[in-house]
Design a protein around this ligand. Structure first.
Ligand code: ADP
Ligand code: HMS
Length: 559
């Protein structure tokens, strides 16, 4: 069954969706395709200063169809005829309001352009107040319902976003029958789901973001939510009780999508999960090694035997869930809400004259101006990296805090903001970029320190994701500041490879995902070794980072 059988992994990131076709016998990539969401690229339905980030379901369905058909075209009809399964990972928590059929409201008449009827992207922080209410409310109960999500509920997550949506938009509130994670909706769509009760909800999203736990018998009782706000009354009965690990099948490809994609209705569709959790498997995670999925944000994943985690609760991370990564093992999640986005923010700042003044020039025509804008945009971060790498590392120089999209972990607080200190008239772009890069690595060190201090030793680092593959500068700095080697996985779209491994398991080609990981994982092609001579200076600057962070916290309002 392994020979001449192929699977598709689909990885929905924040800016784009990537699909790959992979040989199940050895994990070789036969084809890949990337689709940047068109509505997202235009900034539609978003309001960054208000922390509102929404994505239209059509961006997702168009990207799904285009990338899979592109991969099939590249791989050829023989491969297409031997595609056995598709599995999907997405960002999270990225939920949407749906009607009883499980259809996102933005796909229904009257809601096409309503941002509250769309997917509330993981980075959307409009529900900070609701998250704060959940945290305060949870203290009133004998059972600590937040114990498995690090003890602090985040505005990035499922329930805070639901409550905010119900409070904000009456039409959506009236039409919202249930609330669905992106990673659960796509498998439901591909299998032709017709009623929300038939949707297989993934263990990963439920455990890390929706306060689901086997120890609670599923979700907390409806009274926990209805006593927070009557708008939530009855919702638990329209959500879920059981959850499914991603080695399981959610069904087979429905005829509509088999026709759209040119595939067989025998194709198995795996249960969905988040990008970082499937990415950790694609990156061949091993117990107590921290898999760092470094993209627009960073998601840190660690797995440990359940026996080791018995009675151990790690505070201030994004939770610990049995089976959220590898079935039968505890999956622990942490991360940073802005990682590559920090560099993108600075690039966009520097691009302002290109975006706003170049087109007004009388020296060049509009077409040339547009071409120049595109050419410059792609060069800014690499050139900043090149020049920043030439700068000396000094005890006192520009210093930044990486909370440009709040702090995810340790100890979630999305009201916090980024900061840059030590600026002088000589602070040019490479110097500031170096401070920002350093800050994102210091933020990563805070997470490793938290795991270690909570008795979960981090024994190694694995780097995957766009930044891991594109920035030797950041990766070397990460190794230096964490004072640990970091191995970079060889596969370009590692999250999609992880999804492919789960697809092979859901299709029964491998009995366990560990065996799929061993057979289909291609290993690592780069390792960054810490430069010991920098240890002392970075320790000094890490202390400065912590001092500045403490000051920023004192200056931040809170509900
Ligand atoms: N040369 C680079 N150095 C550092 N960061 C980069 C570089 N090129 C792109 N990035 C960052 O990579 C991020 C996109 O990573 P990717 O993994 O593709 O996205 P996603 O988070 O959507 O999965 C963006 O935030 C961008 O700023
Ligand atoms: O938070 C999670 C998963 O829990 C990620 O989906 C989220 O950080 C988005 O990741 P990307 O930056 O798009 O790779």
């Amino acid at each position: 069954m392994k020979k001449d059988s192929f699977v598709i992994g689909v990885d929905y990131g924040s800016d784009s969706v990537r699909s790959v076709i992979v040989d199940t016998s050895n994990g070789r990539e036969l084809a890949s395709s990337v689709f940047y969401y068109p509505r997202w690229q235009k900034g539609l339905f978003c309001d960054a200063p208000q922390n509102q980030f929404r994505q239209h379901p059509l961006d997702y369905t168009e990207g799904l169809e285009q990338t899979i058909k592109d991969c099939i075209k590249k791989a050829g009809v023989t491969v297409a005829a031997n595609i056995k399964a598709i599995s999907v990972d997405t960002t999270g928590s990225t939920p949407v309001a749906v009607d009883e059929s499980g259809t996102p409201l933005a796909l229904l008449p009257g809601f096409e352009n309503n941002p509250h009827a769309m997917f509330v992207l993981w980075k959307d922080h409009t529900s900070i107040k609701e998250a704060s209410e959940i945290n305060e409310h949870a203290t009133k109960f004998d059972i600590n319902y937040l114990q498995y999500v690090g003890g602090i509920y985040s505005s990035e997550w499922f329930w805070a976003k639901l409550l905010r949506t119900l409070r904000t938009d009456e039409a959506v509130r009236k039409a919202c029958y249930s609330w669905v994670e992106h990673c659960d909706w796509v498998p439901f769509l591909l299998t032709g789901g017709k009623h929300i009760a038939d949707m297989k909800r993934g263990r990963c999203s439920a455990g890390h973001k929706a306060i689901w736990a086997a120890e609670f018998g599923g979700l907390p009782p409806d009274e926990f939510f209805s006593s927070l706000d009557p708008l939530l009354k009855g919702f638990t009965s329209r959500l879920f009780k059981d959850t499914f690990t991603s080695d399981q099948s959610a069904g087979t490809l429905c005829k509509e999508w088999a026709d759209r994609l040119g595939l067989s209705t025998d194709v198995v569709i795996g249960v969905g999960a988040f990008d970082a959790h499937m990415g950790a498997v694609g990156g061949q995670i091993e117990p107590y090694h921290l898999s760092k999925v470094m993209g627009t944000s960073t998601c840190d994943i660690l797995v440990a035997p359940n026996a080791d985690m018995s009675g151990k609760l790690v505070k201030g991370i994004c939770g610990q869930v049995d089976g959220s990564v590898i079935p039968g093992m505890a999956g622990l999640e942490a991360g940073q809400s802005a990682f590559g986005d920090t560099y993108a923010w600075f690039r966009n700042l520097l691009e302002w004259p290109l975006q706003n003044l170049l087109a007004q020039s009388t020296l060049i025509d509009a077409q040339t101006a547009a071409a120049l804008q595109d050419e410059m945009a792609g060069k800014i971060i690499p050139e900043l990296s090149r020049q920043a790498a030439l700068l000396p590392i000094e005890e006192y120089s520009e210093l930044a805090i990486d909370w440009f999209n709040g702090r995810r972990t340790p100890d979630a607080n999305q009201e916090l903001k980024g900061a840059i200190s030590g600026l002088g008239l000589g602070s040019n772009a490479p110097r500031v970029f170096k401070a920002l890069a350093e800050a994102t690595c210091f933020g990563a060190k805070k997470i490793v320190d938290r795991f270690n201090s909570e008795g979960v030793p981090v024994k190694g680092l694995i780097g995957i994701g766009g930044v891991a593959k594109k920035s030797p500068y950041i990766m070397q700095m990460m190794a230096d500041i964490l004072n640990m080697p970091i191995r970079i996985h060889q596969f370009e779209h590692t999250c999609a490879l992880g999804a492919a491994m789960f697809a092979a398991t859901a299709a029964g080609i491998y009995p366990t995902v560990e065996e799929a990981m061993a057979a289909m994982g291609g290993g690592f092609d780069k390792e960054y070794i810490p430069q010991k001579q920098l240890e002392a200076i970075y320790n000094i600057r890490y202390k400065q980072y912590n001092q500045l962070g403490g000051f920023v916290e004192t200056q931040t309002k809170s509900y």
